[in-house]
Design a protein around this ligand. Structure first.
Ligand SMILES: C[C@@](CO)(OP(=O)(O)O)[C@H](O)COP(=O)(O)OP(=O)(O)OC[C@H]1O[C@@H](n2ccc(N)nc2=O)[C@H](O)[C@@H]1O
Ligand SMILES: Nc1ncnc2c1ncn2[C@@H]1O[C@H](COP(=O)(O)OP(=O)(O)O)[C@@H](O)[C@H]1O
Length: 287
């Protein structure tokens, strides 16, 4: 038997353009994704004998059976490799809020897949891992590389990019969630979507220029939700009324983030806590 504790970090999307749609309904994307220090922890006990995966967690509002992303990865890994299923006990210590656009569940799944592949002495290479994980969720391939990257395709085409942005990140998670499916569905209601300026974002990340990064950010999924999602419309209004800071939605939301100067995160966070109610705040950094 072997025990492991693995950090499964979250991510933020820095700019998200929808560039097309596949016959299967999935959308083609062009976005920057960056790993952040906020993380879940996978407490894994791998047994010698054959068996099944048993998941427990500190959270009660996520599925702990076959609907859990980690369970889906477990099934697919053994199906693909043909190896005998190991008995595994997993305690999922959740810190990344769910339905936030921070990739919480996706990261759990991708990190568990890497641990399974290592346990069995690497039967799958990175291309095979990406192919397998993409079938579980579009956000999983990013976490297999887990470095700041330009992400295209449905989420499986990854090109690492330089990220020298030296700042504190404040995440804001309002108490409501957002359905990723609804966000994508809504995008077809918009004639002409704004477009994130990837060159400005990439240059800003490379040159550590917050200005260049912020100037380039647009998120087509936020634009889509602003069509008729009352929760997002109300929260966006609230954020726009706060002077001095710019807020950006991560992925399909409902979490937003803002960049502040390194070391000033705590001060800004307490000011925001006074101004915005029914919202959780997280101070973190790029990983
Ligand atoms: C929006 C993004 C941006 O990074 O992240 P989150 O906000 O979820 O963190 C991802 O595209 C979400 O990836 P993920 O959450 O893994 O999506 P999946 O489970 O694969 O798909 C859920 C549903 O979202 C839609 N979907 C997802 C990805 C994609 N490229 N096109 C889509 O249209 C499909 O309707 C799909 O059935
Ligand atoms: N390991 C997991 N952690 C969190 N949510 C999970 C997990 N497995 C499945 N889910 C389900 O996936 C959805 C949100 O997944 P998550 O990746 O946390 O959100 P997002 O993709 O918006 O960042 C929720 O409906 C939740 O019930």
């Amino acid at each position: 038997m072997s025990n492991k504790i693995i950090a499964a970090n979250g991510k933020i999307n820095i700019g998200l353009n929808i560039t097309g749609k596949l016959p299967n309904g999935y959308h083609l994307l062009d976005m920057i994704m960056a790993p952040i220090s906020l993380a879940d922890f996978l407490h894994i006990k791998f047994h010698e004998e054959e068996g099944d995966l048993n998941i427990t967690s500190n959270l009660k509002n996520i599925p702990l059976g076959p609907e859990n992303i980690v369970y889906k990865v477990y099934e697919k890994f053994y199906e693909k490799t043909g190896l005998k299923k190991r008995k595994v006990d997993l305690y999922l210590e959740k810190n990344v809020p769910s339905e936030a656009g921070l990739g919480g569940g996706s990261s759990d799944g991708a990190h568990f897949l890497k641990a399974l592949n290592e346990l069995h002495n690497y039967p799958l290479n990175l291309v095979e891992l990406i192919e397998l994980s993409k079938g579980v969720g579009a956000d999983l391939p990013f976490f297999l590389v887990n470095k700041t990257a330009r992400v295209q395709g449905i989420g499986e085409i990854l090109e690492r990019v330089e990220n020298n942005l030296d700042c504190d990140i404040i995440l804001l998670k309002p108490e409501f969630g957002v359905s990723t499916v609804a966000a994508y569905k809504n995008s077809s209601k918009i004639e002409k979507m704004k477009s994130a300026n990837m060159n400005s974002i990439l240059m800003g990340l490379r040159e550590n220029s917050l200005e260049l990064v912020k100037r380039g950010i647009e998120n087509n999924l936020e634009e889509a939700l602003l069509v008729d999602n009352e929760n997002i419309i109300g929260f966006r209004k609230k954020l726009d009324s706060i002077g001095g800071l710019e807020f950006f939605m991560s992925g399909s939301g409902s979490a937003y983030f803002t960049f502040v100067k390194k070391g000033e995160g705590k001060t800004y966070l307490s000011k925001l806590e006074e101004k915005i109610k029914n919202c959780k705040f997280y101070l973190c950094s790029f990983l």
